[in-house]
Write a protein of this length. Structure first.
Lengths: 497, 317, 254
């Protein structure tokens, strides 16, 4: 449907205009439409959350509103920003004229948005609107930026750091400060809570609520179903490029009506049944007094102890960069600890070099990025055939295993780039299981998967632990997921264990 | 700061290793020279005085009878006392020949680099700010062709044009300031071509970064966001790659000075190599290595001055 | 545009593959016909000793191209083995390989070639050694960097954890991802080698006369530049076209 026709079908809304009104938004890709006929409006002081699975097109909607669609994609439809006029979404250059004073984007990644060579303070001062009292050399702006950063818990010293010298949380707060300072009445936020733990998510929600209180309209793209409830937002559910359900967060997420929304809500870890702690089994992996650090006198962790028993799922949590992946490498014997020892079935793996291969296969790993877990240039069947060097008849045992994991056998004729992330992760699980491991170390195995696929993979892991006695160390940022899956959770904190 | 000191120490260690390798290679070459080794070594050590009693002295000292290790220590020991030895051809101290030639090379080099920067930087910036435009195409073709033309050929073509066809500039020699025009222009063009290409690429990437877009999202005008968040980020790779391209300028001396008969360090090196005058080769090679590394260090410092990530504490608190 | 690299390389291919079989001895001198312009008697003219520029160019193309390919094969073959091994072993082996490469790179490449070839006394072996030594550190560094990137990937870690034998793992999973990039760089290095060999020939430190070679042909005819520009321009244009063609070929593959 053309934009002109859309205008007839959707007559201009009666006054008062909402802060943001969008009609007939569509995104056309090289192989056909990706987003179709989206209409939405956000009022002053309101938050609207666009939720949906990966690939549903929710980020494309945000990009289309700002004229930032990637090359090869074309937007269409129209948008009003509360100033009366309609803007044509097919003309990105015209949309850019609204940036800063009428609409602003809170980007997902501080590392990409902030200039790496410039101190944070200057980058916040740039967002201060023109009307603010200006000193001769921008002192007014700087003072105002300093005050704003202080409001986000960043003191003068932190404000004068370059982005690389800020922690992930501080950089995120810097972005929020810029968003708060920017005068645009409409704010589009792209996954503002992605990859963040509960504490930081609450921080972001508080900042967004403050902006709502200041009368700004928020359009938030998110896969996080907790955030809408924290904001008291209206929720729009997007499925396959079409809006399928709309309403207040409590109603849509509490009593979903569309089947897809129901699946999405049920897949949330908070709704999973909790796994009962298993009876005490034999200790498979044990860490004693483990210490490691990249610099001689700075330990990531020290005197760390851990026992992983048969049939048990233990969680491993902690902020990014705290050493979770490093701890996994130590437990797998891929890296040597600076202090302490790792035992597999009571045997120190540092002293077991002669039997290394045999025992190594006793502990296998699932990776964060399933797409990188297989070589990109080879057919998957060939990768499994390689296992013949170390285990008997891998290809003969594979079909039954794939059946149990719910993977179609014809994926073996493809390369990893040609299958979905969920399929790749299940294949990675199949590869590990062919080697008959006693324990599995899963390093954030679902962080790149959407909620429904995540729920399926976690159900599989649980089933393997229940029925086969597989021991699993599960690394995750998601506390609800760990609550449901793990019998206990080890939390690494910066500077101490 | 610690990182910076570590980087400088690393560079100096590389320099020392490379200088040692040159000395070893030259010492080995001395051993392989045809003729009486004792005479050669004596000439290299004592020059003209070798003809009087030096050779007998060298023979008495053991000369070729002494162990190789002792001979090498003797050879390197002189260098450690900054005694570069004597030319096997003129039998004069190498250092006497070196000093005036170093002056020629440094002046010609500085002029070439300045001219190259004056040509390459604006062209690269012009092409990079309008990617896909006319300037971009012109710079791309010119840079590709110029990188395919070896320095000696570029020099010859300039001679054919300016000295033979137009007759406005002298072809070779070192009499007047005009004699410097063609060699400097040759080196400058050879430096400007890759510089323009690198600058263009850096500008396209920096101006196209999300940081610049984010600056515009904050309400800065496109031009202001570009200069505020693009210029510095573009300058960093340009300075770093200029360091690599600098090698081409230094290499160019050997060829260009020979072609234009300019009495510089490169001309000396080539003459000494043809005559297998090892002490002179060694001295020129050590000096070239030293110049290259000193320039590398200066560029490192320039990088640190531009890029705060190299100066400030970058690890998160 | 897609055919530009091949068009540029065509003269060198014809000269190197066809011409030597059709033309007389490149060393044959006809002093009466010295410095003749291009025409029916001399297709590309003759040089100061009355030798056919075309015949000499044909042989020079074989020599220059053959030597350049040999240098690159030695430097990149050896460099890839060293670099991949260093990336796989890590630790001190990697450190030694990298510091060694850094040492060689502390001297500009062409100067290193010049000094090594000159000090070794010139000639074909010295020339190849000089060019290969200058390219080796680049090959080691690049193949190590590429291989280290692949070795750090989860799929290599998974194969290691499964206990898959190392030689097969390197051959099937690591090398196929590294080699295409290295081949591109090696192709660029061929044009670098051609330029280095020509520069050395021009300076008289390369292979010994009278074997014809591009740089030396140019240097020999420079004194007669105003009388017989064809003797300089013919080898010069083949040289530039070939280097440009190789560069474009490598860049289009990237």
């Amino acid at each position: 449907m053309s934009a002109a026709l859309a205008a007839d079908v959707f007559p201009a809304p009666a006054l008062p205009m909402p802060a943001l009104a969008v009609q007939a938004l569509a995104v056309q890709g090289p192989h056909g439409p990706i987003v179709r006929e989206v209409a939405l409006s956000v009022g002053r002081g309101e938050a609207v959350c666009l939720v949906g699975e990966t690939g549903a097109g929710k980020s494309l909607i945000a990009q289309a509103l700002l004229g930032l669609l990637p090359p090869g994609l074309a937007g269409s439809g129209r948008m009003a920003l509360g100033d009366g006029g309609w803007r044509d979404l097919a003309r990105p250059a015209a949309l850019a004229e609204a940036w800063g004073h009428a609409i602003f984007l809170l980007p997902q990644e501080p590392a990409e948005a902030l200039d790496p060579t410039m101190r944070l303070l200057g980058q916040v001062a740039d967002a201060v609107p023109d009307g603010v009292p200006k000193g001769t050399s921008g002192h007014g702006r700087v003072a105002r930026a300093l005050g704003r950063l202080a409001g986000f818990g960043l003191d003068g010293a932190a404000a004068r750091r370059i982005p690389a010298a800020l922690s992930g949380g501080m950089a995120q707060r810097g972005l929020l400060a810029i968003a708060a300072e920017c005068p645009a009445p409409v704010l589009v936020a792209d996954e503002p809570t992605k990859g963040q733990d509960q504490a930081r998510r609450a921080e972001v929600a508080a900042a967004l609520r403050a902006m709502m209180a200041a009368g700004r309209a928020l359009l938030i793209v998110t896969h996080d179903l907790v955030l809408p409830a924290l904001l008291g937002a209206r929720v729009l559910v997007l499925h396959d490029g079409v809006l399928v359900e709309e309403g207040p967060a409590a109603q849509v997420l509490g009593a979903p009506t569309h089947p897809w929304t129901r699946r999405l809500v049920a897949a949330q870890p908070a709704h999973w049944p909790r796994r009962a702690a298993p009876a005490d089994g034999a200790a498979l992996i044990e860490a004693r007094g483990l210490g490691f650090g990249w610099r001689p006198r700075e330990r990531l962790f020290d005197k760390l102890g851990l026992v992983l028993r048969e049939g048990e799922i233990i969680g491993l949590a902690g902020p990014s960069g705290v050493g979770k992946s490093t701890l996994c490498d130590l437990l797998l014997g891929l890296r040597r600890p600076l202090a302490g020892q790792v035992l597999w079935r009571g045997e120190d793996i540092a002293g077991a070099s002669s039997r290394r291969r045999a025992i190594q296969r006793a502990v296998q790993k699932l990776f964060q990025d399933p797409g990188a877990a297989f070589p990109p240039h080879r057919r998957l069947g060939r990768v499994f055939a390689d296992l013949a060097a170390v285990t008997e008849a891998p290809l003969a045992r594979l079909p039954a295993l794939l059946d149990r994991l719910g993977v179609r056998a014809d994926v073996l004729d493809r390369r990893v780039g040609e299958i979905s992330g969920g399929e790749a992760q299940r294949l990675a699980l199949a590869r590990a299981l062919l080697l008959r491991p006693a324990a599995l170390i899963a390093d954030k195995p679902t962080s790149r998967l959407d909620a429904v696929t995540q729920a399926e993979l976690c159900r599989l892991l649980r089933d393997l632990a229940d029925r086969d006695g597989l021991a699993v160390l599960l690394v995750s940022h998601d506390d609800a997921l760990l609550d449901a899956m793990a019998s206990r959770t080890l939390r690494l904190e910066p500077g101490r264990a | 700061m610690g990182q910076l000191i570590g980087a400088i120490a690393g560079r100096l260690a590389q320099l020392a290793a490379m200088l040692l390798a040159v000395v070893l290679l030259c010492f080995a070459a001395m051993q392989a020279l045809p003729g009486d080794k004792a005479v050669q070594l004596a000439v290299a050590r004592h020059g003209e005085r070798a003809s009087d009693g030096g050779i007998d002295q060298a023979r008495r000292d053991g000369g070729s009878d002494r162990s190789l290790a002792m001979q090498f220590l003797d050879w390197a020991g002189g260098l450690a006392r900054l005694d570069l030895g004597h030319s096997l051809v003129s039998r004069k101290p190498v250092i006497d020949e070196l000093a005036p030639r170093l002056r020629v090379t440094l002046i010609a080099g500085a002029l070439s680099v300045l001219l190259g920067l004056a040509i390459g930087l604006p062209l690269g910036l012009w092409a990079g700010l309008r990617p896909g435009g006319v300037a971009d195409a012109v710079v791309a073709v010119a840079a590709a062709v110029l990188s395919a033309v070896p320095a000696f050929l570029l020099g010859l073509l300039l001679v054919m044009l300016f000295a033979i066809r137009l007759g406005v500039l002298p072809a070779a020699g070192s009499g007047s300031a005009w004699h410097w025009a063609l060699p400097v222009l040759t080196l400058a063009l050879g430096f400007a071509a890759p510089l323009a290409r690198v600058t263009r690429q850096a500008v396209v990437e920096a101006w196209g970064s999300f940081a610049v877009t984010f600056g515009r999202l904050k309400g800065l005008s496109p031009a202001r966001a570009g200069w505020r968040h693009g210029a510095r980020n573009a300058a960093i790779p340009v300075v770093m790659l200029t360091g690599l391209r600098f090698a081409a300028v230094i290499e160019g001396f050997a060829v260009i000075e020979t072609l234009f008969n300019l009495p510089g360090l490169g001309d000396l090196l080539v003459r000494a190599l043809v005559a297998r005058d090892i002490p002179t080769v060694q001295a020129a090679a050590l000096l070239f290595g030293l110049i290259y590394r000193v320039i590398g260090l200066l560029l490192d410092a320039a990088c640190a001055a531009i890029d705060p990530r190299r100066r400030l504490r970058v690890r998160p608190a | 545009m897609r055919w530009a690299p091949l068009l540029l390389l065509a003269p060198a291919l014809v000269l190197g593959l066809v011409v030597p079989g059709l033309t007389p001895d490149p060393l044959h001198q006809d002093l009466m016909g010295a410095l003749s312009p291009p025409g029916t008697a001399w297709l590309l003219g003759s040089d100061e000793l009355g030798r056919s520029v075309l015949a000499r160019l044909g042989h020079a193309t074989r020599v220059s191209a053959g030597l350049a390919l040999l240098c690159v094969a030695i430097a990149w073959g050896g460099g890839t083995l060293l670099g991949v091994a260093a990336a796989w072993r890590g630790g001190w082996a990697e450190a030694v390989a990298l510091r060694g490469a850094d040492t060689l790179m502390a001297m500009p490449g062409l100067l290193l070639t010049l000094i090594v070839a000159g000090v070794l006394g010139g000639g074909m072996v010295a020339l190849v050694a000089g060019v290969a030594v200058a390219q080796l550190p680049v090959a080691v560094r690049m193949s190590r960097a590429l291989a280290a990137g692949v070795v750090a990937k989860p799929f290599v870690q998974a194969a290691r954890l499964a206990g898959i034998p190392v030689p097969g793992l390197l051959a099937r999973d690591v090398l196929p991802l590294v080699l295409p990039h290295l081949a591109t760089q090696a192709a660029l290095s061929v044009s670098q080698a051609v330029l280095s060999i020509a520069a050395l020939g021009f300076l008289g430190i390369g292979i010994h006369p009278p074997t014809p070679e591009w740089g030396m042909m140019i240097a020999d005819s420079v004194p007669y530049l105003s009388e017989a520009p064809w003797a300089v321009l013919a080898p010069a244009s083949v040289l530039v076209a070939s280097v440009l063609g190789l560069t474009l070929l490598a860049e289009s593959a990237r």
